[in-house]
Ligand binder design. Structure first.
Ligand code: SF4
Length: 201
């Protein structure tokens, strides 16, 4: 949408069939190294939207009729100005959610998310500690994700889980369901792992 006044150029059919939910990969910068990552995340793209452009895109999404924006990455909190983007989304009356691997989702980041108007944070957890750390490519990522859930809940955010499903964690889903209930999550997104990149499972 860079440089395109999409909301003002919309055809009648576009106006009649408006997008309701946008999932926005705000940055490719990431602090995990998941084996399955189809985005090859790690470093930010050299031509990612500036904050000014991102704020303009929020206005375009709102003008198009979008009602909910889910910010993903990469890792959202590694984009400089992510709170401003979330604030702008909330200021336009759209609901805002985040998806996070949770490695750096500290109590401070959780409070910032709440203050910016984020309503829900979904943290990726893929199984037991050993399975999760192996799939996510970083030792300690499971403990960080569990801490992220607690940090968000204690900040006052609604929390959810998202889990990729593959042959390695298929037998761990019941335990994950127990975890979800114990943590007070309001939702659980299950996705089949697509071995798109890095290494095949
Ligand atoms: S957390 Fe998401 S964006 Fe980051 S490496 Fe893993 S799959 Fe890719």
């Amino acid at each position: 949408m860079r440089g395109i006044e999409s909301s003002r150029q919309a055809r009648p059919v576009d106006r009649a069939c408006r997008p309701v939910h946008a999932v926005w990969e705000l940055t490719l910068a990431c602090d995990l190294r998941c084996r399955h990552c189809g985005s090859r995340a790690g470093r930010a793209r050299p031509d990612e939207l500036s904050l000014h452009e991102a704020l303009d895109l929020v206005d375009q999404l709102a003008d198009l009729g979008v009602q909910e924006v889910t910010l993903i990455g990469g890792e959202v909190y590694l984009y400089r100005g992510w709170q401003r983007v979330a604030e702008a989304i909330a200021a336009r009356g759209l609901s805002c959610a985040l998806v996070s691997g949770g490695r750096g989702l500290t109590p401070r980041v959780a409070r910032q998310a709440l203050e910016a108007g984020v309503q829900s944070v979904s943290v990726s957890i893929d199984g037991t500690e050993a399975t999760h750390d192996a799939l996510r490519g970083v030792d300690g990522s499971y403990r960080a994700a569990r801490a992220a859930l607690a940090n968000c809940r204690e900040a006052g955010l609604a929390i959810a889980l998202n889990t990729q499903v593959n042959r390695r964690n298929l037998g761990e889903l019941d335990a994950l369901c127990d975890l979800l209930l114990a943590e007070g999550c309001h939702g659980w997104q299950l996705m089949m792992t697509v071995p798109a990149d890095r290494r095949y499972l």
